[in-house]
Ligand binder design. Structure first.
Ligand code: RAT
Ligand code: ZN
Length: 419
């Protein structure tokens, strides 16, 4: 018997890891998708893919059209403009552009013909419900968490009417207006029958805010509460944001056993003329998050941070506080080079106790490319990590790799939530 050369076992291990990462079903814990019962709020199809705000920001760099004229166009015309600016007049090599092609290819469509009308015809002939299932299957997504805002005029009435839930879609209660625009939101809450004081943050107001949160947590069966925050967010403090967090959000989350997801680092409306595409990013002082984790050990926190420069500090915080679960490469970080860098670092510092990615999909079809691209990067770095183990003599078994990847793809998150 001769010894099997080590390249062979290394190649076998690499194949096993890749196969497992590419096929393990994932719980996509942050998206902007909707349960199909929301009808037109669930966006899908080629035109929606093209007018994704990531692509609008990119097209309006190439297209000298004044912003207002762009917004005055119909959705169809906007999609044509984006197609022309980013796919016809230049090669579509940005991550958001490539994503459209990855998705189309996964549907078996011929992208080489560069034929937008033909693509439109294919989508027009689709059955919506079958399309939902196909997208989730192609992406290997077993469950999708929505972003649900009671302050959204289109979404709220659907919840109020009630509907039969699709069990693939879970809900997260998003409360940005409550924490970031208190006086206006207080007026809104008063109209809905809550006895809150826009000026005075007192016990009565906090308990009424909790009554509001309880009603919505139950109505939507929220899996967690979530807020995005500007880079200069501070906690604790006298601001309405900090006071409401401390005296309404945190007690509510403790009462219902729910994590509170914080997403710091977004500067909203850096260029308001770009509308949804006009937000930017900034470095956050993570002292506020540390204060929350240290001061409220009975609360659970989820966090993702927008600035690349905050990632190392965030991973260290997660090492210190087991009530903190970090997740995802958010928004401008959801590009292969940064997913690679951030996820590698997180694995090296945290092992398997975090959630490397969420899709942030706004258009259903995007789950296909967002997961295909992320899985590719995660597979490559895990191949390295398991190979390093194998070189010590610790040979991971396929069952162990499978167990680990399931943790990364939603298992660790679900255990953290349930703890
Ligand atoms: O990634 C995005 O689409 C952003 O516009 C935001 O929605 C961000 O992900 C958020 O949840 O605030
Ligand atoms: Zn988002």
């Amino acid at each position: 018997m001769h010894e099997i050369p080590s390249e062979t076992s290394a190649a076998l291990l690499a194949r096993q890891v890749e196969q497992i990462v590419l096929t393990t079903p994932v719980y996509d814990i942050h998206t902007h998708l909707y349960d199909p019962a929301f009808g037109e709020l669930l966006l899908w199809g080629i035109d929606e893919l093209l007018v994704y705000h990531y692509l609008i920001a990119e097209s309006l760099r190439q297209e000298p059209l004044p912003y207002e004229q762009f917004w005055a166009l119909s959705r169809t015309q906007q999609a044509e403009l984006v197609w022309d600016a980013l796919f016809v007049r230049h090669s579509p090599i940005s991550e958001a552009c490539r994503g459209v092609l990855t998705t189309l290819q996964a549907f078996g469509l011929d992208v080489q013909r560069r034929d937008l009308p033909a693509l439109r015809r294919w989508f027009a002939a689709r059955n919506r419900d079958a399309h939902v299932t196909q997208c989730l299957e192609l992406a290997g997504v077993r469950k999708v968490c929505m972003t649900n805002s009671p302050f959204d005029e289109l979404e709220r009435p659907v919840w109020e009417r009630g509907f039969r839930r699709d069990e693939r879609f879970t809900a997260a209660l998003r409360i940005d207006p409550l924490l970031m625009a208190w006086p206006e939101t207080a007026g809104q809450l008063r109209q809905w029958g809550y006895d809150v004081q826009p000026g005075g943050l007192n016990d009565r107001t906090f308990s009424e805010v909790r009554r509001f949160l309880a009603a919505w947590t139950q109505r939507i069966d929220a899996q967690f509460l979530m807020v995005s925050l500007p880079p200069d967010w501070v906690f604790p403090g006298r601001s309405a944001t900090a006071q409401l967090m401390e005296w309404a959000i945190l007690p509510h989350c403790r009462e219902f056993g729910l994590p509170f997801a914080l997403m710091p680092g977004v500067r909203r409306g850096v260029n308001p003329r770009l509308r949804l595409a006009g937000d930017g990013s900034g470095l956050t002082d993570l002292t506020a998050l540390r204060n929350l984790c240290a001061g409220f050990p009975d609360n659970k926190f989820l966090a993702t941070v927008l600035a690349r420069e905050n990632q190392h500090e965030l991973a260290i915080l997660a090492r210190k506080f087991r009530n903190l679960h970090i997740f995802g490469c958010w928004w401008f970080l959801n590009v292969p080079s940064l997913i690679e860098e951030i996820t590698r670092m997180r694995v090296e510092l945290l092992g398997l106790s975090f959630t490397p990615q969420h899709s942030d999909a706004r258009i259903l079809d995007q789950v296909v490319y967002k997961w295909k691209h992320s899985r590719g990067v995660i597979a490559r770095l895990l191949v390295d990590k398991y190979a390093e183990l194998a070189r010590t003599g610790w040979q991971p078994t396929p069952a162990e790799i499978q167990r680990d990847v399931a943790e990364l793809f939603g298992g660790a998150f679900e255990r953290f939530r349930a703890a």
